[in-house]
Design a binder for this molecule. Structure first.
Ligand code: ADP
Ligand code: ZN
Length: 366
């Protein structure tokens, strides 16, 4: 059953993001695509181990043939070296330009399968079936697809919008805790960028309100998709505005790379980075103390990490290596107020260090 739906619309693209209870209805959605020669479902064995039977139940009676391709799980396998094998499998199955890729998994699968679709024979259609909260609220919205090089994450990529996104809520029932944090951090980020009623609602929720299919979860996914698709609709290719979605990510990425992607999930690192961004916002743009307390309270009640544990100087070094640096000063997305983001704000190294030190020792963070 379809629970809710949002359209993402920009110049030259428009597609629905649908929240469904389970996978029933996916077959009809796939059948509605015109002139498909074959579906290539890209997933991994972890996800397939739990959900493949439901998926097959749904697609076995499709009038179009399908092939399931298993990618290896994990961010390190979202690698350029893994593409060739998939392309070869597709060629061997006679995939032509009417083939359609179905990404069945989290953000890693979505990015990887999306890139396969963007590049196979210069681009074929694809569909996203996200199975993690992060993929539902963030990575499946907006058409950024990519693979990693040894020398950097998401270095090789494209903008390639899906035909539709079909999010089956029941898959979230098996989502590991760390993965919930991942999605929740991006939800909070969207609420900070929006600043409206959504943010107020978040001050009244707690982590335990989030479970597969709960009303709070559905509301937060809906609002997140609304906010992100609104931004992406105005600026698909990050000419400007889309950069605001990087709120918290300059520090977040630095913490992830500093800890070799082992200690924190992406969302946990971004949570800490969101607080850094707000502390900088207080120093530079007059973001208020009461807003800062509100943000900390929301993040704590969602059990998201807020305190910096790493050495400030090390975090700064890793920030300076980030691909987003321009010249010598680092640029940040900051907030004047909730709902009033500014991107490309240059910040001096000394101020970054001062704020990181503060975030390491600040008592209010508990
Ligand atoms: P993200 O969406 O945060 O980028 P990934 O795609 O890396 O996450 O998925 C994180 C891990 O969780 C992977 O090991 C993946 O196989 C697994 N996973 C994805 N969806 C589910 C699910 N619904 N239930 C259980 N595990 C899942
Ligand atoms: Zn992110």
């Amino acid at each position: 059953m379809m629970l809710q739906k949002r359209e993402v619309e920009g110049s030259g693209f428009r597609y629905p993001i649908e929240l469904h209870e389970d996978l029933s209805g996916l077959r009809e959605k796939l059948e509605s695509l015109k002139k498909v020669s074959r579906f290539f479902i890209i997933t991994n064995r972890e996800i397939a181990g739990i959900y493949e039977k439901y998926l097959i139940q749904e697609i076995q009676s499709l009038s179009v043939p399908y092939t399931i391709i298993y990618a290896k799980p994990g961010e390190k396998n979202k690698h350029i070296d893994r593409l060739k094998k998939v392309f070869h499998e597709m060629v061997k199955s006679d995939a032509d330009r009417k083939a359609v890729i179905v990404a069945f998994g989290g953000g890693v699968i979505g990015d990887f399968a999306g890139f396969v679709a963007a590049s196979y024979q210069r681009g074929i259609r694809f569909v996203q079936v996200p199975t993690t909260l992060l993929a539902c609220v963030d990575s499946s919205v907006g058409g950024k697809v990519a693979v990693n090089l040894d020398l950097g994450k998401n270095m090789i990529g494209a903008f390639h919008q899906p035909e539709f996104v079909f999010a089956p809520m029941f898959t979230l029932s098996t989502l590991p805790e760390k993965e919930w944090s991942c999605g929740l951090a991006e939800i909070v980020k969207h609420a900070f960028l929006d600043g409206g009623e959504f943010l107020n609602r978040l001050t009244h929720v707690k982590r335990s309100d989030f479970s597969a299919g709960s009303e709070v979860l559905r509301y937060c996914i809906d609002e997140s998709v609304r906010i992100k698709s609104n931004v992406v609709g105005q600026d698909e290719k990050e000419g400007g505005l889309r950069a605001i979605l990087n709120l918290g990510h300059t520090t977040g990425h630095a913490i992830e790379s500093l800890t070799q992607y082992k200690k924190y999930s992406h969302g946990e690192a971004v949570s800490i980075g969101l607080i850094t961004a707000l502390l900088l916002s207080r120093k530079i743009l007059g973001f208020s103390d009461s807003n800062l307390s509100k943000a900390v309270q929301i993040m704590k009640s969602l059990s998201l990490p807020v305190r910096l544990k790493e050495k400030p100087a090390d975090v700064l070094t890793h920030m300076e290596h980030d691909k987003k640096k321009e010249g010598k000063t680092l640029n940040f997305v900051l907030l004047e107020d909730f709902g009033k983001p500014k991107f490309g704000v240059p910040v001096e190294r000394d101020l970054i260090l001062e704020v990181l030190k503060f975030q390491k020792g600040w008592e209010e963070l508990g």
